[in-house]
Write a protein that binds this ligand. Structure first.
Ligand code: SIN
Ligand code: FE2
Length: 222
Protein backbone atom coordinates (compact mmCIF):
# COMPACT_ATOMS: atom_id res chain seq x y z
CA UNK A 1 0.00 0.00 0.00
CA UNK A 2 1.34 3.43 -0.87
CA UNK A 3 -0.07 6.62 0.57
CA UNK A 4 1.05 10.21 0.73
CA UNK A 5 2.16 11.06 4.29
CA UNK A 6 1.59 14.78 3.96
CA UNK A 7 -0.99 14.95 1.20
CA UNK A 8 -2.65 17.98 2.73
CA UNK A 9 0.51 20.04 3.33
CA UNK A 10 2.22 21.43 0.22
CA UNK A 11 5.03 23.03 2.30
CA UNK A 12 6.51 19.63 3.19
CA UNK A 13 8.53 17.47 0.80
CA UNK A 14 6.46 14.67 -0.66
CA UNK A 15 7.25 11.53 1.25
CA UNK A 16 5.77 8.15 0.63
CA UNK A 17 4.92 5.30 2.86
CA UNK A 18 5.12 1.72 1.66
CA UNK A 19 3.91 -1.17 3.83
CA UNK A 20 6.20 -4.24 3.89
CA UNK A 21 4.23 -6.33 6.36
CA UNK A 22 1.97 -5.62 9.34
CA UNK A 23 4.02 -3.30 11.58
CA UNK A 24 6.72 -2.68 8.94
CA UNK A 25 6.94 0.30 6.64
CA UNK A 26 9.36 2.13 4.32
CA UNK A 27 9.23 5.92 4.69
CA UNK A 28 10.54 6.82 1.25
CA UNK A 29 12.87 9.82 1.28
CA UNK A 30 12.23 10.56 4.96
CA UNK A 31 15.94 11.26 5.69
CA UNK A 32 16.66 12.87 2.32
CA UNK A 33 17.07 16.39 3.69
CA UNK A 34 19.32 15.19 6.54
CA UNK A 35 21.59 12.98 4.41
CA UNK A 36 24.55 15.35 4.20
CA UNK A 37 24.55 16.04 7.96
CA UNK A 38 24.22 12.33 8.75
CA UNK A 39 27.15 11.50 6.43
CA UNK A 40 29.36 14.14 8.06
CA UNK A 41 28.57 12.68 11.47
CA UNK A 42 29.47 9.18 10.26
CA UNK A 43 32.95 10.47 9.33
CA UNK A 44 33.36 11.97 12.83
CA UNK A 45 32.15 8.78 14.54
CA UNK A 46 34.51 6.62 12.49
CA UNK A 47 37.44 8.80 13.58
CA UNK A 48 36.71 7.72 17.19
CA UNK A 49 35.50 4.14 16.67
CA UNK A 50 36.68 3.00 13.23
CA UNK A 51 34.82 0.66 10.90
CA UNK A 52 35.97 -2.94 11.24
CA UNK A 53 35.01 -6.31 9.81
CA UNK A 54 33.67 -8.43 12.66
CA UNK A 55 34.14 -12.18 12.80
CA UNK A 56 31.02 -14.32 13.17
CA UNK A 57 30.89 -17.07 15.83
CA UNK A 58 31.35 -19.49 12.90
CA UNK A 59 34.69 -17.83 12.02
CA UNK A 60 33.61 -15.86 8.94
CA UNK A 61 34.75 -12.27 8.34
CA UNK A 62 31.67 -10.12 7.70
CA UNK A 63 31.81 -8.27 4.37
CA UNK A 64 30.03 -5.26 5.89
CA UNK A 65 32.24 -2.86 7.88
CA UNK A 66 30.66 -1.92 11.22
CA UNK A 67 30.94 0.58 14.02
CA UNK A 68 28.51 1.87 16.64
CA UNK A 69 27.43 4.87 18.63
CA UNK A 70 25.32 4.99 21.77
CA UNK A 71 25.43 3.46 25.24
CA UNK A 72 25.65 0.00 23.69
CA UNK A 73 27.16 -1.29 20.46
CA UNK A 74 26.50 -4.53 18.60
CA UNK A 75 29.57 -6.75 18.28
CA UNK A 76 30.41 -10.27 17.12
CA UNK A 77 33.38 -12.56 17.72
CA UNK A 78 34.08 -16.24 18.21
CA UNK A 79 32.03 -16.18 21.44
CA UNK A 80 28.83 -14.91 19.81
CA UNK A 81 26.75 -11.87 18.97
CA UNK A 82 26.06 -9.38 21.76
CA UNK A 83 25.90 -5.76 22.85
CA UNK A 84 28.91 -4.20 24.54
CA UNK A 85 29.21 -0.90 26.42
CA UNK A 86 32.76 -0.47 25.16
CA UNK A 87 34.40 -0.71 21.77
CA UNK A 88 36.59 -3.86 21.79
CA UNK A 89 38.94 -2.17 19.30
CA UNK A 90 39.69 0.94 21.39
CA UNK A 91 38.72 -0.25 24.88
CA UNK A 92 36.73 2.98 25.31
CA UNK A 93 33.01 3.82 25.30
CA UNK A 94 31.33 4.13 21.92
CA UNK A 95 30.77 7.77 20.90
CA UNK A 96 27.34 9.10 21.88
CA UNK A 97 24.46 9.06 19.37
CA UNK A 98 24.61 12.48 17.64
CA UNK A 99 21.53 14.65 18.20
CA UNK A 100 20.66 14.71 14.49
CA UNK A 101 20.69 10.86 14.41
CA UNK A 102 18.49 10.61 17.48
CA UNK A 103 15.92 13.16 16.39
CA UNK A 104 15.62 11.61 12.93
CA UNK A 105 15.18 8.09 14.36
CA UNK A 106 12.60 9.21 16.91
CA UNK A 107 10.59 11.19 14.34
CA UNK A 108 10.69 8.34 11.82
CA UNK A 109 9.50 5.84 14.44
CA UNK A 110 6.64 8.14 15.33
CA UNK A 111 5.72 8.64 11.66
CA UNK A 112 5.64 4.86 11.32
CA UNK A 113 3.27 4.54 14.28
CA UNK A 114 5.75 3.90 17.11
CA UNK A 115 5.59 6.80 19.55
CA UNK A 116 8.21 7.14 22.34
CA UNK A 117 11.03 5.30 20.55
CA UNK A 118 14.21 5.97 22.47
CA UNK A 119 17.25 4.17 21.00
CA UNK A 120 20.24 3.29 23.19
CA UNK A 121 22.21 1.72 20.32
CA UNK A 122 23.00 2.69 16.74
CA UNK A 123 24.86 0.23 14.53
CA UNK A 124 26.53 1.91 11.54
CA UNK A 125 27.02 -0.43 8.57
CA UNK A 126 29.35 0.34 5.66
CA UNK A 127 28.85 -1.59 2.40
CA UNK A 128 31.30 -1.49 -0.49
CA UNK A 129 30.29 -3.13 -3.82
CA UNK A 130 29.70 -6.90 -3.32
CA UNK A 131 29.26 -6.54 0.47
CA UNK A 132 26.07 -8.18 1.75
CA UNK A 133 24.19 -9.01 4.88
CA UNK A 134 22.72 -12.50 4.93
CA UNK A 135 19.20 -13.11 6.16
CA UNK A 136 18.99 -12.66 9.94
CA UNK A 137 16.75 -11.55 12.80
CA UNK A 138 17.59 -8.64 15.12
CA UNK A 139 17.16 -10.58 18.36
CA UNK A 140 20.00 -9.60 20.71
CA UNK A 141 17.93 -6.75 22.19
CA UNK A 142 16.27 -7.28 25.57
CA UNK A 143 13.46 -4.86 24.75
CA UNK A 144 11.35 -6.27 21.93
CA UNK A 145 8.55 -3.73 22.41
CA UNK A 146 10.40 -1.03 20.48
CA UNK A 147 10.91 -1.03 16.71
CA UNK A 148 14.05 -1.09 14.57
CA UNK A 149 14.68 2.10 12.59
CA UNK A 150 17.01 1.70 9.62
CA UNK A 151 18.28 4.63 7.51
CA UNK A 152 19.87 4.23 4.05
CA UNK A 153 22.59 6.57 2.73
CA UNK A 154 24.86 6.49 -0.32
CA UNK A 155 24.65 3.74 -2.94
CA UNK A 156 21.32 1.99 -3.50
CA UNK A 157 20.75 -1.57 -2.28
CA UNK A 158 18.15 -4.30 -2.39
CA UNK A 159 16.64 -5.01 1.03
CA UNK A 160 15.14 -8.43 1.69
CA UNK A 161 12.22 -8.68 4.07
CA UNK A 162 10.77 -12.06 5.01
CA UNK A 163 8.71 -13.53 7.82
CA UNK A 164 9.31 -14.85 11.31
CA UNK A 165 10.84 -18.11 10.00
CA UNK A 166 13.92 -18.28 7.78
CA UNK A 167 12.01 -20.42 5.28
CA UNK A 168 9.23 -17.85 4.81
CA UNK A 169 9.25 -16.15 1.41
CA UNK A 170 11.21 -12.89 1.16
CA UNK A 171 10.24 -9.82 -0.79
CA UNK A 172 12.83 -7.49 -2.35
CA UNK A 173 12.69 -3.73 -1.86
CA UNK A 174 15.11 -1.31 -3.52
CA UNK A 175 16.39 1.25 -0.99
CA UNK A 176 18.02 4.55 -1.94
CA UNK A 177 19.59 7.39 0.02
CA UNK A 178 17.06 8.90 2.41
CA UNK A 179 14.77 5.88 2.70
CA UNK A 180 13.96 4.80 6.26
CA UNK A 181 12.63 1.34 7.09
CA UNK A 182 10.85 0.85 10.41
CA UNK A 183 9.73 -2.54 11.67
CA UNK A 184 8.24 -3.50 15.00
CA UNK A 185 5.14 -5.00 16.57
CA UNK A 186 4.30 -8.28 14.91
CA UNK A 187 7.18 -7.96 12.42
CA UNK A 188 9.84 -7.03 15.03
CA UNK A 189 11.51 -10.45 14.63
CA UNK A 190 11.09 -10.81 10.88
CA UNK A 191 14.08 -12.03 8.90
CA UNK A 192 15.78 -9.41 6.74
CA UNK A 193 19.02 -8.88 4.84
CA UNK A 194 20.76 -6.98 2.05
CA UNK A 195 21.70 -8.46 -1.35
CA UNK A 196 25.32 -8.02 -2.55
CA UNK A 197 25.77 -4.35 -3.38
CA UNK A 198 25.92 -3.63 -7.11
CA UNK A 199 29.05 -2.04 -8.51
CA UNK A 200 27.21 0.88 -10.13
CA UNK A 201 27.19 4.58 -9.52
CA UNK A 202 23.86 6.19 -8.66
CA UNK A 203 22.47 8.94 -10.90
CA UNK A 204 23.20 11.60 -8.27
CA UNK A 205 26.56 12.77 -6.89
CA UNK A 206 27.70 11.00 -3.73
CA UNK A 207 30.90 11.29 -1.72
CA UNK A 208 32.20 7.78 -2.33
CA UNK A 209 30.96 4.52 -3.85
CA UNK A 210 29.68 3.04 -0.61
CA UNK A 211 26.38 2.53 1.13
CA UNK A 212 25.90 3.40 4.78
CA UNK A 213 23.08 2.19 6.95
CA UNK A 214 22.19 3.43 10.41
CA UNK A 215 20.25 0.88 12.46
CA UNK A 216 18.72 2.25 15.64
CA UNK A 217 17.62 -0.12 18.38
CA UNK A 218 16.43 -0.07 21.98
CA UNK A 219 18.41 -2.78 23.74
CA UNK A 220 17.69 -2.31 27.45
CA UNK A 221 14.11 -1.84 28.64
CA UNK A 222 13.56 1.86 29.41
C1 SIN B 1 20.78 -4.52 9.38
O1 SIN B 1 19.93 -5.39 9.28
O2 SIN B 1 21.49 -4.38 10.40
C2 SIN B 1 21.06 -3.55 8.25
C3 SIN B 1 20.06 -3.49 7.16
C4 SIN B 1 20.50 -2.55 6.05
O3 SIN B 1 21.72 -2.36 5.85
O4 SIN B 1 19.63 -2.00 5.35
FE1 FE2 C 1 19.31 -6.47 11.05
Amino acid sequence: MIEDLFADDDSLPRQWREELAPGAVILRGYAGNSAEQLLQNIVSLAAISPFRHLITPGGHRMSVGMTNCGALGWVSDEYGYRYSASDPLTGRCWPPIPDCFRSLAERAAEAAGYAHFSPDACLVNRYVPHARLTLHQDKNERDMTQPIVSVSLGLPAIFLFGGTEREHPCRRFPLVQGDVVVWGGESRLNYHGVLPLKDTLPPWPIREAVRYNLTFRRVMPA
